[in-house]
Structure formats: structure tokens, C-alpha cells
Design a protein. Sequence first.
Length: 420
Amino acid sequence: MSDPHRPVLLVLGAGDRAYRAFPLQEFAARHDLVLLDHQPPDWIRPYVTDALDVDLHDHRAVTRAVTELALRQPLAGVTTYLEHHVELAAQLAKELGLPGAAPEAAAACRDKARTRQLLAEHGVPSARSVLVRSAEEAAAAADIIGYPVVIKPRGLGGSAGVRRADNREQVIAAFQEAAGATLIGLEKNAVTGVLVEEYLRGPEISVECVVQGRGDVHIAAVTRKQLGPEPAFLETGHLVDADDPLLDDQVLRRIVTEAIKAVGVSSGILHVEVRLTSQGPHIIEINARLGGDLVPRLVHLATGVSLPQAQAALATGDVPDLTASVRQSAAVAFRYPPATGTLQTARADAVSADWLERLVWTHQQGDAVTAGAHSTINDRVAHAVVYGPTPQDCRVRLALALQNLTVDIAAPVRTTACVR
């Protein structure tokens, strides 16, 4: 039963508990939540007042469900923390006359080719990029841009299908992989196509932004990313420091603000990925949503600022509370399988420490996992979150937490067929 004194927030999509429970819990702190998703999972029940079984790919069904819901109770806002549904959330907010990003701005963030086009038109530093339709076009574009290049799907995320290529043969193979890449159903909501892009050298970060008007961008945190070995760009960890010197970098602040203006987002929480090159910051991607991979939890642990609560406030027309109440560091590390096969042993020795916020297994015995260059975020077997006074404290504590994990993989069984 909803509380008549609390605003009702419509949330699109649940996702998985390991990474999404924190945002949903924070949404529920000040709002009654109604979740729309196909077969809503049981784990969301403590946080929502209602959950409706709706196929979010069926726009007629979504419109019918939201219309019926709005007749029963006034909706104060619409939001999502899933990349899959940022366009739908923006469209629904517009149709209902509620706050939110313009649908065309959300669509521009979802379409990496459109993002690059808008950044180029507005003079925002970014990678040179060519949209291609075939492996031959990809190779020709790479020859023009110059090696190495990065091949990526036009509309996915999580580094799925993203590869560095150093020659034409690698470009052709990478194109095929990018064209067929999938990621937790995101391909169903993605514009198709493959991009060939300039390779940008330098460390990668993300900038967690709160946008309260065109050009009114508050940087809540900078996230330092740790990537696995190339040619893949798999994220293996993140770190947020309340005293990160990049928070005072005016060039970074200006470029991020201009990038957000270029795509047209004037309200919401954005997760902007940046490469720090020798020529200055260059935009990699602009995501019109909360960061994934528990980044909002790291920001909360390091600064005390709740980005999910800020997102819920903006979605309902309120002013978010961005007051920092903590000054420390927080980090997450992801354990990938050491080999491809079936998870045989997943065990953690007892770890008890105030600084260990969580140690979570995301696969169990019997699950098939892939290692190496073809691994994706779906193959992570565990993750740990820690906090401490400094980034170095967090790095040491993550190492201590992860060294207590035992992960054994049984190699795939090869069979030989007999032909008679």
C-alpha cells in the first residue's frame, strides 16, 4: 500500500540484485516505487509498493500499463538505472508531462555514432569515428584513421564487443565480433551498426555528473577505472576518492560540461567516460543514467552523496541534496575466471574487517564462464567493495579480500563423434 504523503516514482527494469539493490533501496528512501519489468524478480519486493509484469519492449503494453496506473494514483516521476530503458523513460516522462531528459537527448547518448557527430559539431574533444556497414568498410576506415584503431558496437555497453585492432586482419575479425556482440539483452534496445574509432592513449576515468539545467553540471565524483589487458577493454575495478585532484581540473570540467550540452541533456544523472590523453581529456561515451558496476555505491561510501536519491529527486522535480558528508576513498574489484570452462569451486576464506563493505559471488558451481579476450561482464565470478582513508589503503584492502578467494574451473569436455 502506497503512502499518500510520499511521491510515487515509476522505475523501469530491475536488473540483477548484486549490482542494482543499492540504487533501488536509495530510490525507496523517499519515494513509493512502482516497478515495471517482465517477470519482476522477487528480490525487489522489500523496496517497492507494486511491481507490474510488463514487457518493456512492447510499447503498447507499456503505454497501457502506465495509463492505467496513472488513473489509479498520480505519478511524480519516471526513471531507470538500466541503459536498456533510458530512452523509454524519457519518452514516458514527456508523455506524462513529468521532469526528465528530452527523448532525443537520451537517444543521442544511446547511439554512439550520434554522440560522436554532436561532439564533433560542437568542437568537444573526442575520438575520430566512422560508422561502417561491412568488414571491408571497416578496414578502409581504419586505413584512413591510422592504426591502432578501436572497433565497437554502435549501441551496446560494458565494453562488450570492443576491441583494439593493429592491422587490417584484426579489423576484419573485430568487426565480426562487434557486429554479433550481445550483452544482457541490451542489443534488443540498441541501434545496430559498428564504429571504427581513433585509439586514444591514456588512463580512463568516468565523471559522475548531476545536471540541473542546460550547462548547469555538478561533478559529484571522478571514478578511476582499472582495465584488463588489451585488445579488450574489460573493466576490472573502479576507485572513487573524495579528494581526487581531477575534481579541481577546470579543463576536464569544461569539456564534460560542453559534452553534456552538445547531446542536449538538461536534467538527470550522467556517467561520462573520458580518456586522459597527452592532448587533454577526450570524451569516450556519455551515458544518460547512473554508472553501473556499483559506482553509485562507491560515491556514497567516499563522499556521502547518494546519486540514486539525486536521480529520484530530479525525476520528481525536486532539488537534490548534494552535500558531501564523508571524505575518504572506496573501491570495487571484479574477479574474472582464470580459465574457460565450468565453475567447479567458488570459496572464500573467512574475511572479517570493518573496511570490507561486501564480498559477493555472482556465479555458482556448475556455471559456464569464459576467460581471456572473449570474457564479458557476465563472466565475473565475484566482486569486493572496500573503503579507507586513501586510494592506496583501498588497493591494499582489495588485494587482501581477493586473495582469500578460491576459484577452480573445470575445462570444457571435448567429445569426438564417431562416423559410421
